[in-house]
Design a protein around this ligand. Sequence first.
Ligand SMILES: [Zn+2]
Length: 154
Amino acid sequence: MNIFIPKIIVKETAYTKLLKHIYDTDFQYETGGILLGYSCLQIFYVTAFTFPRHSKNATKMTFILNGEEHMEEMEKVRKKFRFPPKLIGVWHSHTTDDSSLSFQDKESNEVLVSQFGEILSFIITQKGVDGIQLTAYYISRKRTIHLCKCKYNK
Ligand SMILES: [Zn+2]
């Protein structure tokens, strides 16, 4: 069997915004959103993240992505680009240092795979005193899960 593991490149300015948002939550509750970008020739290029508008329903243990809200945010982001990026995955934070996908995470990822084909799924966790760790998973059309490495670029 031929397993292809994609390369992931995250745009630095987008990653900086993500870090700022995560620091604001201080890992007190889970947060998350959509990954926007381009995919081509086994490379995923992440150019933007969407963020929740408020933390009203956020809890320590679960993150429920408000689909409607994030689709609206996604359209706002897309308008800023000459070649609008598309939905290539989702991201959410964990308040613990567990960077694995939970049973629920896997279930919601599978729903997205059935809609969009292959997707990326990023988990953000705390690392050390004030560090942040990004763990990237690739979920193929056949629903196999692969851990990927990320590079950060301009
Ligand atoms: Zn999770």
